[in-house]
Design a protein around this ligand. Structure first.
Ligand code: ADE
Length: 228
């Protein structure tokens, strides 16, 4: 996977890059590059945004600035880029990120993430350059960087070898293995703490019964979630 993140704050990704599963993925040949819109802006003084037409608060990331950054990186008209690789705009009004979308994106050989700032993007960026608009929840963050990290985290941990155990990302909350339901509860030592025990079946060493119990717990959690 070749993951490019376009941002005004590449330094924000330094901590992210050092996370074990990210470092593992990068060690296996996957790539994560940050591109600063400011480095290629055609405007003087490093300007990248402007006030919104029609008035209102905040600043809007300019379409010419994003076009210049994409052209410099990929050497083509960004209108054609989205046929070659998924170009994802992070925006609160986009398609809600869930496990199915993460799986879909993890199967791509290359992804481009575009982070907005302030009031977000000039809509022509979304309309003409992006293949997808993705939201990590119905709330507004001050910028797309945290959303891009959430998406990149969820995608990179799905790549083979990113996690310690091959199975860890297979049978987890919302996966097909659990029929889309939340994961079952986990327990570890001590088996008793302040009188709080652990379900007997987990201590039984009986793998088939453990499996049955876990699926049952997962289904019950799913059913409770639907009631809420
Ligand atoms: N940018 C600002 N808020 C966001 C959100 N909730 N999801 C994705 N990108 C965003």
């Amino acid at each position: 996977m070749r993951l490019d993140v376009f941002t005004l704050f590449p330094e924000a990704f330094e901590w992210f890059r050092s996370q074990r599963h990210v470092a593992n993925a990068l060690g296996q040949g996957h790539e994560l590059d940050c591109v600063n819109y400011r480095d290629t802006t055609p405007l003087s003084g490093g300007q990248v945004d402007d006030t919104p037409f029609g008035g209102g608060a905040g600043m809007v990331l300019r379409v010419d600035v994003v076009e210049a950054a994409l052209r410099a990186r990929y050497g083509c008209d960004p209108v054609e880029l989205r046929a070659r690789r998924r170009v994802v705009v992070l925006t609160p009004g986009g398609r809600l990120l869930d496990d199915a979308l993460v799986d879909e994106l993890a199967a791509e050989p290359a992804l481009t993430l575009l982070c907005g700032r302030y009031e977000g993007f000039d809509e022509r960026i979304v309309e003409h350059f992006a293949s997808d608009a993705v939201s990590i929840g119905r709330y507004v963050l001050a910028g797309g960087e945290l959303a891009a990290m959430v998406l990149a985290d969820a995608v990179l941990r799905k790549l083979p070898g990113a996690l310690g155990h091959a199975e860890s990302a297979q049978e987890e909350s919302f996966s097909a293995a659990l029929e889309g339901a939340p994961e079952y509860p986990h327990y570890t030592r001590p088996a008793e703490w302040r009188g709080w025990g652990v379900p007997e079946v987990l201590l039984s060493g009986h793998h088939a019964r453990v499996r049955e119990w876990r699926l049952e717990q997962s289904r019950e959690r799913g059913a409770r979630e639907r009631e809420d």
